[in-house]
Design a binder for this molecule. Structure first.
Ligand code: NI
Length: 170
């Protein structure tokens, strides 16, 4: 297993729309393992392939506190959603920022599992929010896109300044 580098906003590669996974093979299963390792190490509760610069429709999530509920969703589509919830979201690609975002409260999602079998699952609350957030990444969308332009540009400037300072000390 290997830890992967996570792209950070405003990297334009995060705006790439991911293509469907054509075949669930060992390459994809290795990517899933590496994405779990990267997500747990961060630490985070979800990670989309887009964030590690692989532009294929794949995400991992685990909202448990003890790494006991790993989910890997390949080519996910939401087939049902209802209700509404607003919660503070963060993102490994936008480190240090948490802002309220409105999402569906309950979703039913159809996807391929790591063996390539078509599967469906229902999710509520945090897991539902997490899956919707990660599916946005696959469309090249970030949670900061739900904020005002002023707020998004403030976050962009501060992150770019942090990175310049890191580059100077490195
Ligand atoms: Ni994210």
């Amino acid at each position: 297993m290997a830890k992967l580098r996570i792209l950070e906003f405003p990297d334009p590669k995060l705006r790439t729309r991911a293509k469907p996974v054509a075949e669930v093979d060992d390459r994809i299963r290795t990517l899933i393992d590496d994405m779990f390792e990267t997500m747990y190490a961060a630490p985070g509760i979800g990670l989309a392939a887009t964030q590690v610069d692989v532009h294929e429709r794949l995400l991992v999530a685990d909202v448990s506190s003890d790494q006991s509920e790993p989910h890997a969703l390949i080519n996910p589509t939401i087939v049902e959603k209802d209700g509404e919830t607003v919660s503070d979201e963060g993102c490994l690609s936008v480190p240090g920022y948490y802002e309220p975002v409105r999402r569906a409260e309950h979703i039913r999602v159809r996807y391929l599992d790591r063996d390539g079998n078509e599967t469906e699952m229902e999710a509520d609350g945090l897991l539902a929010v997490c899956i919707q957030h990660e599916m946005d990444h696959l469309e090249g969308k970030l949670f900061v896109d739900y904020l005002s332009e002023a707020k998004r540009s403030r976050i962009r400037k501060r992150l770019m300044k942090d990175r310049r300072q890191q580059a100077q000390v490195a």
